[in-house]
Design a protein around this ligand. Sequence first.
Ligand code: FES
Length: 105
Amino acid sequence: MNRAPTRIKLCVIDEIAPGEVLKVETNGLTLAVFNVDGRFHVTDDACTHGPGSLSEGFLEGEVIECNFHQGCFNVRTGEVVKPPCVVPVRTYRSVVENGAVYIEV
Ligand code: FES
């Protein structure tokens, strides 16, 4: 049976300037929230390659570079852009409403 998605509030949009990323821990999830030119994308914070934290990485356009071994992911699709990462990072459907960022899980 289908269930309605649960909406989780992550932050208000003013907390993340364009080109910046914020780490958010909520509902047992540790997430990275990216502001790419006013569009908000959400991934798991943990790098799929090792102990890197994507919220501490370097964001350029839609690409986050992990601070640990400099592997890269596209934050919109989760796809690996540059090794040594191999496994895509999980992305979440994000919604902006009334100045706040939510995900639906
Ligand atoms: S831990 Fe992220 S690239 Fe290795």
